[in-house]
Design a protein around this ligand. Structure first.
Ligand SMILES: [Zn+2]
Length: 77
C-alpha cells in the first residue's frame, strides 16, 4: 500500500522528491516526515518540508532531517 509521496526537499533544485514514501522519520524540529529510502539514507544532509497534499507546492520552510551535531538542532533553509 502506498503511503504517499516522500516529503524530502531538494534544496538546489527547490523541488519535492518524486519517490514514494516508505517510513516516517523525525526532523530536527521534532515533527515526523514521510521519507523514501534515499532520503532516509541521506540523514543529516537531507532536508524535509511540509507540502500541500501530494503536490509539489511547499507550505513550510525546509528543515533539516536530523539535528547535525556540528551545528546543533537549528532549522535551516
Ligand atoms: Zn525522497
Amino acid at each position: 500500500m502506498a503511503m504517499g509521496r516522500c516529503e524530502g526537499y531538494y534544496r538546489r533544485e527547490n523541488r519535492r522528491c518524486d519517490r514514494d514514501g516508505e517510513r516516517w522519520d523525525e526532523g530536527s524540529n521534532g515533527e515526523l516526515y514521510l521519507l523514501c529510502s534515499y532520503h532516509r539514507r541521506e540523514a543529516v544532509r537531507a532536508s524535509v518540508a511540509r507540502w500541500s497534499g501530494e503536490t509539489g507546492l511547499r507550505r513550510s520552510r525546509p528543515t533539516a532531517l536530523r539535528p547535525d551535531p556540528a551545528r546543533g538542532a537549528l532549522a535551516w533553509g
